[in-house]
Write a protein that binds this ligand. Sequence first.
Ligand SMILES: [Zn+2]
Length: 67
Amino acid sequence: MELSNTGSMTGGSLQVDEERLCPECGATMVEFDRLTEDGAVFIWYACTREDCTGQWLSKKALRMRSF
Ligand SMILES: [Zn+2]
């Protein structure tokens, strides 16, 4: 199966500001899980190759809310 990623995602709210590459094989990774904890977002990325188990955990800080 070939994934065609032309960067034109229509009808979705998904925002990808940077593309993750698999540390194992260099293929494109996709987000498969997201955890929010204490003002930070932890995003798990998984490799798009079926025969690869590469994963990547990214941490992003949420914007502080004004009280
Ligand atoms: Zn991989």
